[in-house]
Design a protein around this ligand. Structure first.
Ligand code: ZN
Ligand code: ZN
Length: 386
């Protein structure tokens, strides 16, 4: 069974919604226009309940099917990024410095498309909870939605989410049993030395050389402390220090990101970072402190639900266009918090060639929106058939 016909017919309308959202990007939890637009559309479609203001600007809408049954959760993220858009498209951001560079405008549109179809047709039992969350791009809006009791309050039994994926084959679905996206942690290192004249280093305790030493030594966590067949990324992404060519500064700052799937690996990295920073600092006669912050946990699909989601996706786009055992990604996703409390699956939907996510020239590929909407709708009809 291919893309649902009435959803395919909705493509021009969905394109309009998506482009409106793209022109009006908002950040983090502060989504008054976006949430207003979504709630307005949901009411227009005749869903049964619209609950606003969850996690500040999140929305849960309920559509009741025909007859008793469980509640299935479908999730989309709504927030944009602090990037100056350079896509040059006609529907470019109208707010300088904010941009839908991750396609959450498209995700919101896909879930709205499914909502319209499901509210009209209701060919399922039980209920569907449409979860529109804020603050996926930092802020952990998914976590806050869970903390505010969304899963219990609406009795969600299982939950599904989709992310568009540039440079994956257009219109193909990818998922996998078990971990699919990594956990993301951050480390911060403050080095304190003693500044002075660049020509008289013997009178200083140079934090720049110490920072270089620490930066090099950190590379050995992956190469020397870690089992080669497990996944781990440790990247130093910022070093700040110094003001002039003839001044040795008094301090330096290093920051970076850690991506893992296994909590044991996470613990090892935290322990080794602290040991390396302390040991290196002592050897350079400076002091240094390392702060390790845990961010989003790994996104872990339920094996059975992932296999089920792959079958539903195959129903929509065809068997040959679904990869049910896709490789893991080192990116992170706060849908992980929902999957930590309910079984479900996260899927990538190929967007075809183009600029990558978070790039200033990125734009969501509107032609895949009906596929995502059809997947969501078919998921409900298949999981809770009449
Ligand atoms: Zn993103
Ligand atoms: Zn995203």
């Amino acid at each position: 069974m291919p893309v649902i016909n009435s959803i395919a017919a909705m493509e021009p309308e969905m394109r309009e919604w998506r482009r409106w959202l793209h022109r009006n990007p908002e950040l983090q939890f502060d989504l008054p226009k976006t949430a207003g637009f979504v709630a307005g559309k949901l009411r227009e479609f005749g869903v049964d309940e619209v609950h606003e203001g969850i996690a500040t600007s999140g929305i849960v809408a309920i559509i009741a099917g025909r007859g008793e049954g469980p509640t299935i959760g479908l999730r989309a993220d709504m927030d944009a990024l602090p990037i100056k858009e350079a896509s040059g498209v006609e529907h470019s951001s109208e707010t300088e410095g904010k941009m839908h560079a991750c396609g959450h405008d498209g995700h919101t549109t896909m879930l709205l498309g499914a909502a319209k179809y499901l509210a009209e047709t209701r060919n399922f039992k039980g209920r569907v909870a449409l979860i529109f969350q804020p603050a996926e791009e930092g802020g952990g809006g998914g976590d806050v939605m869970v903390q505010e009791g969304v899963m219990d309050r609406f009795e969600v039994e299982q939950v599904y989410g989709i992310h568009n994926a540039p440079n994956y084959a257009e219109g193909e679905f990818f998922t996998t049993p078990g971990p699919i996206m990594a956990a993301v942690d951050t480390f911060h290192i403050d080095i304190t030395g003693k500044g002075g004249h660049g020509a008289m280093p013997h009178d200083t305790k140079d934090p720049v050389v110490a920072a270089l030493g620490i930066g090099q030594a950190i590379q050995t966590i992956v190469s020397r402390n870690h089992y080669a067949l497990d996944e781990l990324v440790v990247s130093i992404t910022q070093i700040h220090t110094g003001t002039a060519d003839n001044i040795i500064p008094g301090g330096a700052y290093i920051e970076g990101t850690v991506r893992t799937f296994d909590p044991k690996v996470q613990d090892m990295v935290e322990r080794r970072l602290k040991q390396i920073v302390e040991g290196q600092a002592a050897s350079y006669d400076v002091t240094a402190a390392c702060r390790y912050e845990c961010g989003y946990p790994a996104t872990v699909n339920d094996a059975e639900k992932a296999a089920f989601a792959a079958r539903v996706a195959a129903d929509v786009v065809g068997e040959g266009r679904v990869t049910a055992n896709a490789p893991k990604e080192m990116g992170a996703e706060d849908f992980s918090y929902m999957l930590n409390v309910r079984p479900g699956a996260y899927l990538l939907l190929g967007a075809g060639t183009g600029p990558v996510l978070h790039h200033p020239e990125y734009d969501f590929n509107d032609s895949i929106a009906p596929l995502g909407a059809s997947f969501f709708a078919r998921m409900v009809e298949t999981a809770q058939p009449l």
